[in-house]
Design a protein around this ligand. Structure first.
Ligand code: TXA
Ligand code: MG
Length: 345
């Protein structure tokens, strides 16, 4: 069994030695390795079963370490003014910036692209671990850790250390790797990814930072079509998916209609899970997995509710997205639910 610790320095030493640490961020749990060690980064891909062309996010302790373009240890080679504005306003926090890479950003991290994704996490333990790496091994260049979500590729991201361990401990080395418990993740969905390589910011993945926040911080207009409940989700690659089949419903009536179909198939409503805002009633006999009161609470409980469906062996989950609350989370939830509902390959 993988060793569990709350010792930040022990986690830092483990990473410096080229080993893997499961660690908390404010969004979801990450599976981390030092970003400047190709062999360590390769262990992440192996553990996740992730295709090599899917690039990773580099996490650093502070904005200065992230955006020191031009200096020897820099992770990026150029930072437009609007990216600095985003960092000033929204870091530490659930925001990832995609910037032109430096030499130090390895192909193993960037997937061979000429950009690198970088963020300063909002969870104090994550930042402390990276800062401790800088303290223990002050190489002159600030350390960074590559850390994708700590799930097997295509599966639901973990929001507790128990879920991260359940996902990946079997694929890690219990003699050298480590898990750090930082409590349940505050935000619950992955960071907003903003492409900062063009004249204006572009949102590549919705998350805990909204389009409005990006526009307010930069004074620029962001180009992003709002995602909708996709009724023919064939264009979306399946991702963030539990074992259960996920279908989306727009309102209480659609929940009832969808629930009627499995009634014929399984003759029992107890095989149907429901994730929906508090105001939506549960069809008689179905299993209520979550009844959040706000988009914020929805994001916080969504992934663990999907996992609970699998724990209970439910073949079907009906999910009703929350009303958009304009915090960015409504959009992020809809994006993840659409992908969970997309056909599996
Ligand atoms: O909240 C988060 O961002 C979490 C926590 C652990 O920090 N991490 C996370 O990592 O969600 P991951 O690997 O599951 O998702 C990273 C996303 C991928 O969709 C990847 O394609 C994109 O970031 N990405 C990474 N580098 C990129 C780049 N250079 N250009 C465009 N997209 C990039
Ligand atoms: Mg992920």
């Amino acid at each position: 069994m993988i060793r569990l610790t709350r010792d930040v320095r022990e986690a830092a030493r483990t990473l410096l030695e080229g080993n893997i640490v499961l660690l908390p961020t404010e969004t979801v749990y990450g599976v981390a390795a030092r970003a400047d060690d190709p062999a360590a980064v390769a262990k992440i891909y192996r553990a996740k079963g992730r295709p090599l062309e899917h690039p990773l996010i580099v996490h650093v302790a502070d904005a200065q370490a992230a955006l020191a373009a031009g200096s020897p240890g820099a992770w990026v080679s150029y930072v437009p003014d609007y990216a600095r504005a985003l960092a000033d306003h929204l870091w530490p926090g659930p925001l990832t910036l995609v910037l032109p890479r430096s030499e130090r950003a390895l192909d193993a991290v960037t997937g061979g692209q000429d950009t690198v994704a970088i963020r300063v996490p909002g969870h104090a333990i994550a930042r402390s671990i990276i800062a401790a790496m800088d303290e223990i091994e002050p190489a002159g260049a600030p350390h960074g850790i590559a850390a994708p979500s700590a799930n097997r590729f295509g599966r639901v991201s973990p929001t507790t250390i128990d879920d991260a361990i359940a996902e990946l401990a079997g694929a890690l080395d219990s003699a050298s790797d480590l898990a750090v418990d930082g409590g349940p993740c505050d935000v619950g969905v992955e960071s907003t990814i903003v492409d900062c390589t063009g004249a204006a910011p572009r949102i590549l993945r919705p998350g805990g930072v909204s389009k409005a926040q990006v526009e307010e911080a930069t004074g620029l207009v962001v180009d992003m079509a709002a995602p909708q409940v996709i009724r023919v989700p064939g264009l979306l690659p399946s991702h963030y998916a539990p074992e259960a089949h996920v279908v989306l419903a727009a309102d209480a009536q659609e929940v009832q209609d969808l629930a009627a179909v499995p009634l014929e198939r399984f003759e029992d409503m107890s095989c149907v899970g429901v994730i929906a805002p508090m105001g939506i009633p549960t069809p008689v006999g179905a299993v209520r997995l979550a009844a959040p009161l706000s988009a914020r609470e929805y994001a916080h409980v969504m992934y663990s509710a999907l996992r609970e469906a699998d724990r209970q062996g439910l073949p079907l989950v009906i999910a009703v997205p929350p009303e958009d609350d304009f915090t960015g989370l409504g959009e992020a939830i809809l994006d993840r639910l659409n992908r969970a509902a997309a056909p599996r390959t």
